[in-house]
Each structure stands twice: as structure tokens, then as C-alpha cells.
Ligand binder design. Structure first.
Ligand SMILES: C[S@@+](CC[C@H](N)C(=O)[O-])C[C@H]1O[C@@H](n2cnc3c(N)ncnc32)[C@H](O)[C@@H]1O
Length: 283
């Protein structure tokens, strides 16, 4: 069957599941993954026949898309800060708001303008650590995660992009020790209370790793409190904590950091929602 005919088949199969604009974009990405043709090449080669292997790949992908699997897990690729990175079901698919967090960190580090020690806690795919290292090559960057499978992806991403990073496998909720002091600690920790699970998209709750997303309803700020506690011991003088956060937790987080002896400020994302926080110890 030709490339064009295959596109029609995918459209038919998925039209009840995805909105037309999203579906067109999914089809283009999937076809690029399977044929290696970009969108223009797909149009030029629309009469080309797919081979058996490509057809089997497509059939499998359609089934997964029907179930709601994010296209990034099907292709194994996502984009972050202009770089293509590898993803699988062991890591969160990087989000645009996390790019805004990274931009904030880079902006701050450029003002300080000296080699800094930087740690990314809950590194997942390594998207934050890798982007920070590429933008700030004179800084020492480390990435930490509880998940061995996530760290394996982070290491592959860093190696592919030639970012020299040191890695640690650690449960941050259960460690009182970091190997050295840091000028910047960044974290996009799990922060969604389990009770919000019912309102979440199938693509997220059924496919992205629970360990990357959820915290208990009873203590949704546990990662922030733990990292703030570690920061007291492991931040260098004038050190800064940078976090991504739930849009709804700004007030509670400001109170928590104040109580723990930090000055903290919130930052809004491109949609005007509180999505980032920066904190430094009070003098
Ligand atoms: C929201 S994801 C962030 C992933 C990546 N940094 C990003 O921004 O896309 C949170 C990450 O924290 C990790 N994590 C969860 N619990 C942890 C713990 N107790 N100690 C260390 N890392 C943990 C998860 O494995 C996951 O990779």
C-alpha cells in the first residue's frame, strides 16, 4: 500500500480518538519515524509503497495510539531546548514549562558568570542536566534519580549530546548525604497529588511513570521540604534552589520555604501560571 493510502487508513482508525489537527501532526510524525521522510519528502513520495516491515510497524503504532500511548514513546524521541532526546516509558516526556525553568537557571548562572556546581534532582531523561551543561560548559553538572532505568536513558542522552555529567542513583527522600556542595540545585520533582489522577489525560496517567508524577495526597510538598532541608547543608554560600511546581501550590510553597529559613520567589510560565520557584537561604 502507498504512503498516501496508509495515511488515510491511520486517519480512519484514529479519527474518533484524536482531534483533526492533532491527528494530522501525529500522522506526520509517525510517518517520518517509519519512512525517514520529513513532511515535504512524504508529499513528494506519496505514491511510494511501504514494505512489509513498515506496514507491521504502522499497524502496531496505530494500536498503541488508540490506547492513548504518547507518540514520543512510540518513536522513542522528544524535543527539549532544541535537542532531540531519547525517551521511553521509564522517563517523563519533557514539558515546555521545564524549558522555561532551564532558561531561568541559565539566565541566573550567566549573571553569576563563574564555574558553578549544579545538581539536578529527579533527572529522569536527563533533559535538565544535559541542557544546563550544554549551555554552561564551564559548570560541573550532576544528575540524580531513584530510577536506574531512567538514569540509563539520561546517560545515553548526555553521551549522545556530548554533555559531561556525573550521575547518582539515590532516593532523595531517604538520604541525608550528597557528595559535595552545590551553587545551584534544580528539581522538577513529582508534585501531583494522587487524588488528581482521575482528572488527568489517559496519555499521562496510563503511560508516564507514576513515580515521576505523583505524590501522596497527605504530603504533596514532601520533595520540596526534603530538598530545602538538604539545601541547608549542601548549598554553597549564596546558593540557589530552582524548582518546577504545581500551579496551585505557590502559596503553600512560599510559606514552607519561609518557615524553613529561605527567601523564595515564584515565576509564572508563558500562560501566566505560577510554575517555578527559586529560593535562597536567608542571611
Ligand atoms: C517530574 S519527573 C522529572 C523528570 C525530568 N527532570 C524532567 O523535568 O522532565 C520526576 C523524576 O523524579 C524521580 N524521582 C521520583 N522519586 C524520587 C526519589 N525519591 N528520589 C530521587 N528521584 C526520584 C523520578 O524517577 C522522575 O525521573
Amino acid at each position: 500500500m502507498s504512503l498516501q493510502d496508509q495515511k488515510q487508513i491511520i486517519k480512519q482508525a484514529l479519527k474518533e480518538v484524536y482531534e483533526p489537527i492533532e491527528l494530522n501532526s501525529l500522522i506526520a510524525i509517525l510517518m517520518e519515524h517509519i519512512t525517514g521522510y520529513n513532511q515535504i519528502q512524504q508529499a513528494v513520495n506519496k505514491a511510494q509503497l511501504l514494505d512489509k516491515k513498515q506496514e507491521t510497524q504502522l499497524t502496531k503504532a496505530i494500536e498503541l495510539l488508540k490506547l492513548g500511548m504518547p507518540i514520543q514513546y512510540i518513536t522513542g524521541k522528544a524535543w527539549f531546548m532544541g535537542n532531540e532526546i531519547m525517551v521511553n516509558e521509564n522517563v517523563l516526556i519533557p514539558r515546555p514549562e521545564t524549558e522555561e525553568l532551564v532558561e531561568w537557571v541559565i539566565e541566573y548562572a550567566n549573571i553569576i558568570n563563574k564555574p558553578l556546581q549544579i545538581l539536578d534532582i529527579g533527572t529522569g531523561s536527563g533533559c535538565i542536566a544535559t541542557s544546563v551543561k550544554l549551555a554552561l560548559p564551564n559548570c560541573m553538572v550532576a544528575g540524580l534519580d531513584i530510577s536506574e532505568a531512567a538514569l540509563s536513558i539520561a546517560i545515553q542522552n548526555a553521551n549522545k549530546l556530548q554533555a559531561d555529567i556525573s550521575w547518582m542513583q539515590e532516593n532523595i527522600l531517604d538520604t541525608a548525604y550528597l557528595p559535595n556542595k552545590f551553587d545551584i540545585i534544580i528539581s522538577n520533582p513529582p508534585y501531583i497529588p494522587f487524588k488528581e489522577n482521575i482528572n488527568m489525560q489517559v496519555q499521562v496517567k496510563n503511560f508516564e511513570p507514576n513515580i515521576a508524577l505523583f505524590v501522596t495526597n497527605e504530603d504533596p510538598l514532601i520533595f520540596y521540604r526534603t530538598i530545602a532541608r538538604l539545601g541547608k547543608q549542601y548549598l554553597n554560600p549564596n546558593g540557589q534552589l530552582f524548582f518546577e511546581m504545581h500551579y496551585d501550590q505557590g502559596k503553600a510553597l512560599l510559606a514552607l520555604f519561609d518557615e524553613m529559613g529561605y527567601h523564595a520567589e515564584l515565576k509564572q510560565d508563558m500562560f501566566g501560571k505560577d510554575r517555578m520557584l527559586r529560593a535562597s537561604l536567608k542571611k
